[in-house]
Design a protein around this ligand. Structure first.
Ligand SMILES: *[C@@H]1O[C@H](CO)[C@@H](O)[C@H](O)[C@H]1NC(C)=O
Ligand SMILES: *[C@@H]1O[C@H](CO)[C@@H](O)[C@H](O)[C@H]1NC(C)=O
Ligand SMILES: *[C@@H]1O[C@H](CO)[C@@H](O)[C@H](O)[C@H]1NC(C)=O
Ligand SMILES: *[C@@H]1O[C@H](CO)[C@@H](O)[C@H](O)[C@H]1NC(C)=O
Ligand SMILES: [Zn+2]
Length: 422
């Protein structure tokens, strides 16, 4: 064959591969629940090295589910090994592609053509960036659009800064969503809350107070490249899109310079793993950009940091890298308890709170550990939003507004708690 033909074929293959979305037909999502110490030990061993299957949710102990996704071949051997330990799988989703299709088919929002922006709907990255520009222009007295950093692929990471002029020397609060690309409810919830804060200033007393007390930095989508890719290439993508030799992406929530790549997972140093720590701490521009921005302010300026994820309904504080208790454990627990109580009061949605390592799993190099230890933000959290696994990452859009409503009340309560317990 002539070289030109070979090149042409390669070109066609590349074009075909990049233009086609991953089809998850035949993939399932299943759940195992360890009921005793032996079973949990096996779960831990499996989680350390899950091979090809995709961990949707990890288990931190007896009674806590482990959710896995994979195709039938991948799952068959895994199921066999769990059954030998007396654990039978429950099926959360019979066909992952059907779940993906359902979420898009039902992504209709309120249908109000007069609304400038539909908060009850999942939006593409372009729509979100456009909204940030519009909404900050609509509230010029209290809002600014701030560009935090450019991503690996050159996209802007945009923040909404909300600041009233009630006083100087205010404390900062950092809210971020979308660090993991596939967790769509996270950006959607953050967007809803930012909209309600802006709308409510001067109208709703507790919102006005929260804005007068803090300077807010709100980033709906941290992992802009990954989020974009979940709309165009692979709905189930989690990491950034950094190009490595064989695979793409690092886990932006394992890339922070605090006990980086401690070795709690075999995949930490494997670029093809979903929990790849990256080649070095802060290798990912979007992660380093957030850290640099936080450090650009005086120490102690930021009083609250929240990194929103999904799913599992957990409100978590440091540490992630160890089950040892941090020195501010009591206040951190009390702040989470107050927050979760206010959140649950809205729609009855149950949340569990506690340190990351004992609530979800040991995870080193995660955002809240770094913001707590290296940036001295005592009130640092990693939050897993709705649901508990019925839809997982494919939560239908009709839950966006309820999720936003409850999380906003939790957040307002947290700001009150932190003012009273600085
Ligand atoms: C995915 O593949 C299945 C089975 O081949 C097919 O029926 C379905 O239409 C495909 N879905 C999409 C969204 O491409
Ligand atoms: C605060 O901002 C408002 C506009 O939002 C302006 O009318 C007012 O004069 C400002 N107050 C101070 C003290 O700067
Ligand atoms: C953050 O803290 C860790 C653990 O104390 C330390 O190893 C690391 O060097 C710190 N990173 C920075 C950038 O200060
Ligand atoms: C904030 O005010 C609203 C409206 O008055 C009220 O419904 C809500 O419970 C308050 N939330 C908190 C956390 O105080
Ligand atoms: Zn996540």
């Amino acid at each position: 064959m002539e070289t030109t033909h070979v090149l042409c074929i390669i070109w066609c293959l590349i074009t075909f591969c990049t233009a086609t979305k991953v089809n998850y037909s035949g993939h399932k999502v299943i759940r195992f629940i360890p009921h005793n110490e032996d079973q949990f030990k096996y779960v831990e061993k499996f989680q350390f090295n899950p091979g090809k299957v995709d961990i949707w949710r990890g288990s931190a102990g007896i009674g806590i589910p482990l959710d896995l996704s994979g195709n039938e071949d991948e799952l068959r051997t895994v199921i066999g090994s769990f059954e030998r330990f007396g654990m039978n799988p429950g099926v959360l989703m019979n066909d992952l592609q059907e779940g993906i299709d359902y979420q898009l088919e039902t992504n209709k929002g309120s249908g109000d053509a007069n609304a400038d922006f539909d908060y009850g709907k999942y939006h593409t990255l372009e729509e979100i960036q456009g909204w940030i520009e519009d909404i900050t222009k609509r509230y010029p007295n209290i809002a600014d659009m701030v560009s935090i950093v450019k991503s690996y692929e050159g996209r802007e990471m945009l923040a909404i800064q909300i600041r009233s002029n009630s006083s100087s020397n205010k404390a900062g609060i950092w809210i971020e969503g979308g660090i993991h690309a596939r967790e769509w409810i996270s950006p959607a919830t953050v967007i809803y809350m930012a909209g309600k804060l802006l709308e409510g200033y001067g109208e709703v007393e507790n919102v006005t107070k929260a804005i007068d007390a803090f300077d807010w930095y709100i980033v709906p989508v941290v992992n802009v490249d990954g989020y974009k890719y979940t709309w165009t290439g692979d709905r189930n993508w989690r990491k950034t899109r950094t190009k490595h030799l064989l695979c793409y992406g690092s886990d932006p929530n394992r890339n922070w310079d605090n006990h980086w790549c401690n070795g709690e997972s075999a995949g930490g140093h494997n670029p093809c793993s979903d929990v790849y720590c990256g080649p070095k701490p802060f290798s990912e521009p979007v992660v380093k950009g957030v850290a640099d921005f936080i450090l650009s302010k005086p120490t102690g300026y930021f009083k609250i940091f929240i990194d929103f994820h999904s799913y599992s309904q957990l409100w978590m504080s440091p540490w992630g890298y160890t089950k040892a208790k941090p020195k501010d454990y009591e206040q951190q627990e009390a702040s989470s308890a107050a927050t979760v109580q206010a959140l649950t009061a809205v729609h009855g949605t149950k949340y569990i709170y506690g340190p990351i390592a004992s609530t979800i799993y040991v995870a080193s190099g995660s955002s809240a550990d770094w913001t707590y230890a290296n940036a001295s933000i005592k009130y640092s959290y990693g939050v897993e939003l709705r649901d508990q696994g019925q839809y997982g990452f494919l939560l239908p859009a009709d839950q966006i507004i309820p999720s936003g409503e409850e999380t906003l009340q939790g957040l307002l309560t947290l700001t009150q708690f932190v003012q009273n317990n600085p």
